[in-house]
Design a protein around this ligand. Structure first.
Ligand SMILES: CSCC[C@H](NC=O)C(=O)O
Ligand SMILES: [Zn+2]
Ligand SMILES: [Zn+2]
Length: 456
């Protein structure tokens, strides 16, 4: 293949870090059947070549966490944890269509300019693959930063651990959530952690110090059944109508709040989407049950604790006041709000949680915090402009923070469209290489943070 043309061949002049990145992208770790063994074998080989110690922890059957360790000169100090997940999301939206390129027809193929597991590089140096941004780039950047520092003969006081975890894309329940509870995790003696962030189309870099809490709620409405030709009273559909109205009115008010205040980002407001609807068997049968599912993401500033909300002295609340979205958005105890919407829709309306994250830890970005001082100091020296945000979705950082450790979400990709989980996910090789440089500097500073008071 001619140089500069898109293709699989690495070309003689390709930077070896880019070649390694592309090799990792070709490992098929796509859900629902990720080849974790292949990923672990590959990463273990790279780690061993780098002289890193290697440990494997099977947190669930077939779910292995790989730990690579660069021992510090003072191993008693708390360590730096570099986390990344090895799994990637399916290439097609319809479940079960993500297995292999060849099995799909031309319509599917249209969404991707290049096959998503071949890591084709085009003439501009854009590397196309599922996982190019989320987050195989970061895994290789961590490793290549360590390679660079080792080649330069550097060593640091603090130990650096890299963890490669499975199943982040399906909630981390058989991955990081299990791992943080294990003695092997405690033994890592984590002081400060880094995990994934998001690309940024502008010159600035996005940095995430907290995340919104995902709540997945299924609301079931029970009602009277009957013939589709009659005005049956007390139907499931009428109740569902009210439920949907209440939930979506709140959605609209939060959407407007975000739109009307340019200082807010998506991570600062509560998003809500109705993502599934079930019910009914036939055109002429009024069903006795209907269900709607909602994906709600709640910022750490909203109080999640269940409590009783009282009107202010002298104020009286009637049913319509209780259903006012603005009032609720300013109030506390988010679950009370959900319960009231359901109560307001009538009898036989219940809700159940399929995901209910209550952790709201955020990581300090005060200059007085030694970890943040090290992180932000490097960015200042390198003239990287940072945008501090709450991560709008969920990552494994939430488990690290819940375990009591500071964690920053950062994927060094500026001047890059946000394409995670999207068609035609790509990363430019120059942006990728610059990221290695950034991590090399960050690791140097973080692994040299002087002993903290608690460390003696
Ligand atoms: C709530 S568990 C699901 C985690 C998932 N993470 C990445 O996309 C997300 O939907 O945010
Ligand atoms: Zn991710
Ligand atoms: Zn993802």
């Amino acid at each position: 293949m001619a140089p500069g043309k898109p293709g699989k061949s690495t070309g003689a002049s390709e930077n070896p870090s880019v070649t390694l990145f592309r090799e990792y992208l070709r490992i098929d770790t796509v859900h629902p059947k990720p080849d974790y063994d292949a990923a672990v074998r590959f990463l273990e080989r790279v780690g061993t070549d780098l002289g890193l110690a290697c440990q494997k922890v099977e947190v669930c059957q077939g779910r292995v966490v790989l730990i690579l360790t660069w021992q510090g000169t003072n191993p008693r100090l708390r360590s730096i944890l570099l986390n990344s997940h090895t799994d990637v999301v399916p290439v097609f939206e319809v479940l079960g269509q993500g297995e292999g390129w060849e099995e799909h027809g031309e319509e599917d193929r249209e969404h991707w300019t290049y096959p998503p597991f071949e890591a084709v590089k085009d003439s501009q140096g854009n590397i196309y693959a599922r996982g190019a941004q989320d987050m195989k780039c970061v895994s290789i950047q961590y490793l290549e930063a360590i390679r660079r520092l080792k080649t330069e003969g550097k060593s640091f006081a603090r130990t650096i651990h890299l963890t490669f975890v499975p199943d982040e894309e399906v909630g981390g329940h058989k991955g990081m959530e299990m791992f943080v509870k294990r003695p092997e995790f405690k033994a890592l003696n984590v002081g400060f952690a880094m995990d994934e962030g998001l690309a940024s189309p502008s010159d600035t870099f996005s940095v995430f110090y907290g995340e919104r809490s995902p709540w997945w709620i299924k609301v079931k409405c029970m009602g009277s059944p009957g013939h589709g030709s009659r005005f049956i009273s007390n139907t499931a559909a009428e109740k569902m109508h009210k439920v949907i109205n209440s939930f979506l009115a709140f959605r609209e008010s939060e959407k407007q709040r975000l739109k009307s205040d340019s200082s807010l980002t998506l991570g600062d407001v509560t998003s809500l989407n109705m993502t599934m609807l079930e019910g009914g068997v036939s055109f002429n049968v009024v069903p006795s049950e209907m269900a709607a599912s909602f994906d709600i993401r709640i910022p750490p500033t909203v109080d999640l604790k269940v409590g009783t909300i009282q009107p202010h002295p002298g104020e009286e609340w009637d049913e319509s006041t209780l259903l006012t979205p603005l009032l609720w958005s300013l109030s506390q105890a988010f679950e009370e709000q959900v319960a009231t919407w359901c109560r307001g829709a009538g009898d036989g309306v219940t809700y159940e949680f399929h995901q209910k994250c209550m952790d709201q830890h955020i990581t300090s970005t005060e200059e007085s915090d030694p970890w943040w001082k090290a992180f932000s100091g490097v960015c200042r020296d390198m003239k990287l402009q940072l945008k501090l945000e709450i991560f709008p979705a969920a990552t494994d950082s939430r488990y690290i923070r819940a375990a009591g450790h500071p964690a920053i979400g950062f994927s060094p990709m500026n001047r890059t469209p946000v394409l995670l989980h999207d068609h035609n996910e790509f990363l430019n090789e120059q942006v990728f290489l610059r990221g290695i440089e950034i991590y090399a500097r960050l690791l140097t500073a973080l692994a040299s943070v002087p002993p903290l008071p608690a460390e003696g």
